[in-house]
Design a binder for this molecule. Structure first.
Ligand code: FPP
Length: 250
């Protein structure tokens, strides 16, 4: 079996296609997917986790170097205890499986988010994953759990203030690179393409600093129904975008 799931179905290869180095995805629509089938919301999350395995494999196979997924936000704690517990249980299983396969599948796993408040067994698993990730060179898979951009930026500002107070950093030297280097995503390039399925058109506190110049792609497919073909469509549209970063077209 392949690390992320089943083998790819096809590769995009037209000459004009530009595969983004970094794709970030908001996994959305699991609840609606389950409701449409008369299933509990947790069944939607389980299906969503399966879809992520398949899409992860596909992204790796088409040459994506960084794949980031928004799986649990700092606001998702507001859901029922049963749903929150079910999501953490899926995440735990996924992380454990990943840890076992990181080496053979050459996947470098990074976790973005606050570890405070996470279930203890997840926290200790993350420590093992961090240690293992240092030895691996391959696709970087970032899982955003207990993640929110406002929390991430606040955390970075607090660290910077502490360094200034300790005299190891001067306020006049703080610039955008300083901030970026204090984010959970330090060292990871900004996403080129942010995908949000399920028809919602907002960022919902996801990579707000990092996506300043990302291309955004929205589609109506509910996440559990998302297929490699949906990645192809997003990448094909991305290839047609004109990225100017505030400059003018040459
Ligand atoms: C958003 O859909 C989804 C979540 C908040 C949870 C995502 C979690 C998983 C896919 C399971 C674990 C993930 C991995 C990668 C193992 P929603 O519930 O808000 O859907 P709705 O808007 O239709 O209600």
């Amino acid at each position: 079996m392949c690390f992320f799931g089943r083998k790819k179905t096809r590769h995009i290869a037209p000459a004009h296609t530009v595969v983004p180095e970094h794709i970030a995805i908001i996994l959305d629509g699991n609840g609606r997917w389950a409701k449409k089938r008369g299933l509990p919301r947790t069944a939607g999350h389980a299906a969503g986790a399966e879809t992520f395995r398949r899409i992860g494999t596909y992204c790796r196979d088409i040459g994506v170097k960084y794949l980031t997924a928004y799986a649990f936000s700092t606001e998702n704690w507001r859901r029922s205890k049963d749903e929150v517990d079910a999501i953490w249980s899926l995440l735990y299983d996924y992380l454990r499986e990943t840890l076992e396969r990181m080496e053979t599948e050459r996947v470098k796993m990074k976790i973005l988010g606050s570890r405070e408040g996470m279930p203890e067994r997840v926290r200790s698993l993350l420590e093992e994953i961090d240690r293992k990730a240092e030895t691996i060179d391959g696709i970087t898979l970032c899982l955003c759990i207990n993640y929110g951009s406002r929390d991430e930026i606040t955390h970075a500002v607090r660290e910077i203030c502490e360094e200034c107070a300790a005299g190891t950093l001067e306020a006049k030297d703080v610039d955008a690179d300083t901030v970026a280097s204090h984010l959970y995503s330090a060292g990871i390039p900004d996403p080129d393409l942010v995908i949000r399925p399920s028809g919602e058109k907002r960022l919902s506190n996801f990579l707000m600093w990092q996506s300043a110049y990302s291309e955004l792609y929205f589609c109506d497919t509910l996440w559990p129904d998302f297929k490699p073909e949906d990645i192809d469509l997003a990448v094909e549209e991305y290839s047609r975008r004109d990225r100017r970063y505030g400059g003018v077209k040459s």
